[in-house]
Design a protein around this ligand. Structure first.
Ligand SMILES: C[S@@+](CC[C@H](N)C(=O)[O-])C[C@H]1O[C@@H](n2cnc3c(N)ncnc32)[C@H](O)[C@@H]1O
Length: 450
């Protein structure tokens, strides 16, 4: 090899290593973000002596405020923002334990070389077992224990970032709150075209016989070198395979939300599901109250970032038309399945657009004066600029109410300033729901009027 070739080869190697490190960082941050932990997880830098015995013990960020969840910095900052607008900001906290019915966990070797299912400690490569987490629904802890011991016995190889090898990367567990059974997804380091290695097929065939707690097993193929490798999940349909159990996903009835009709929502693992469904019901219930106060049964409602219609489908008795939308193509089947179970007079009011929120507004949906009310429930980064621009536009003369559900308070504040500044909206009320008790996080329900 010539010196230039050698230099280039070294550069390529360094670039590859950097990319792998960045990918690992993104995966960890995604898992922490999903759990409500708001600060970034630093990579372990061995060159600086991190990870040595001298390094400070880390606090689990998801439990940092557990003794007083309402005093976490984000709740305080949200309350002071609303106070600056002379508005109250009541904060509700649900049960402190057993609330998490959805959990993504990493599968790695621990420092003793034992397969472990858990979370990374902040600023560390150390994986901490998650099977005793007080936040978890008991079924999650029970299944994680069975999974850990069975996978170890069978010889499943956990993923290793340093080599990019190992079959099982993450597990995703969703609890059906009614039956307590678990919808299990194994996220594997394989191409969808690859057959499952014998250890993984043996694991998937053995698990249901070991516990009645597992209702469903999916495999999600997510090879680390594919274009999806910075996400734990991808939308691609051929990357998901149902190996055991019924296909419709978890059936949810939001028992605290008093709709005058029976609504069943469906959650396969391919769609967004609130990690704390029980507490989220409070938000849906309050939205019904806010809308009920309008005293109308003929509202034309647009739902952006709607998931499977978790909010919108709970409003059908107040609307003459609901257009629900989300970018995830996997939402359409659950949405339609929910509709099929409804009486015809309600069913015919609702339709679904599989489209990004920015796509929905760019196709002119918010400029033809066809909506009275918009509900947005964007991800942590808040509304897309095009969505904000459309909400600030004046084409929708009848659009007088905007309901904003936010899981990222900083982005909400930014969006609220734009809506009030450019859009002529007025923030009229708000409230907080601590959906991740212990973490520095708050879900805000805000109502804007104009
Ligand atoms: C916080 S979740 C809320 C979903 C639903 N309201 C619920 O409670 O189940 C945000 C949703 O936004 C969707 N999403 C993310 N980015 C989007 C975009 N640019 N356009 C449309 N939907 C998006 C996700 O697929 C997810 O379903």
């Amino acid at each position: 090899m010539s010196p230039t070739q050698l230099r280039n080869a070294r550069k390529r190697k360094a670039a590859k290593a950097k990319k792998a490190k960045e990918k690992e960082q993104r995966e960890r941050e995604e898992i922490r973000r999903e759990r409500g932990d708001k600060f970034p997880v630093k990579s372990l830098d061995l060159s600086k002596g991190e990870g040595s015995k001298k390094s400070k013990p880390s606090i689990d960020p998801s439990q940092a405020y557990i003794s007083s969840p309402k005093t976490c910095p984000r709740v305080l900052s949200a309350a002071s923002y609303f106070a600056s607008k002379s508005l109250p900001y009541p904060v509700h906290v649900g049960p402190l334990t057993g609330w998490r019915t959805s959990s993504k966990l990493a599968v790695r070797l621990n420092h003793k070389g034992k397969l472990t299912i858990g979370l990374f400690e902040p600023s560390s490569h150390k994986i901490t077992p998650a099977s005793s987490s007080p936040a978890h629904h008991p079924s999650i802890n029970a299944v994680v224990k069975i999974l850990e011991s069975t996978a170890s016995k069978i010889g499943v190889t956990p993923y290793d970032e340093s080599t990019n090898l190992g079959d099982l990367k993450f597990v995703f567990l969703n609890v059906d709150r009614k039956s307590g059974t678990v919808q299990l997804t194994l996220i594997v380091n394989l191409l969808p075209t690859s057959p499952l290695p014998s250890s993984l097929s043996s694991l998937t065939s053995t698990l249901p016989s070991l516990t009645p707690l597992i209702s469903t097993i999916y495999v999600h193929y997510n090879l680390s070198t594919t274009k999806h490798d910075n996400n734990i999940f991808s939308f691609e349909p051929d990357t998901w395979s149902l190996l055991f159990g019924p296909p419709c996903g978890i059936e949810e009835e939001l028992e605290d939300v008093k709709t005058p009709y029976q609504l069943k929502l469906y959650f396969p693992p391919t769609v967004f599901r609130q990690a704390n469904v029980t507490a989220f019901q409070g938000i849906v219930g309050r939205i019904r109250e806010v809308i009920g106060e309008l005293g109308r049964k003929d509202l034309r409602v647009l739902e952006l970032y709607g998931g499977v219609g978790t909010i919108g489908l709970n409003l059908l008795d107040y609307v003459s038309k609901l257009v629900s939308s989300d970018e995830n193509p996997h939402n359409l089947t659950p949405f339609n399945t929910s509709l099929q179970n409804l009486p015809k007079n309600l069913r015919k009011k609702a339709s679904y657009l599989q489209e990004s929120a920015e796509g929905v507004v760019k196709s002119g949906n918010l400029s033809r004066n066809s909506f009275d009310l918009v509900v947005v429930d964007p991800p942590r980064k808040g509304c897309n600029p095009a969505v904000l621009q459309a909400l600030c536009g004046r084409g929708e003369k009848d659009l007088k109410t905007l309901i904003y559900v936010s899981c990222g308070f900083d982005a909400f504040k930014r969006d609220a300033e734009t809506l009030e500044g450019k859009g002529g909206w007025k923030l009229e009320r708000g409230e907080g729901r601590v959906l991740f008790p212990g973490a520095d996080a708050v879900e805000t329900l805000a109502v804007f009027k104009r």
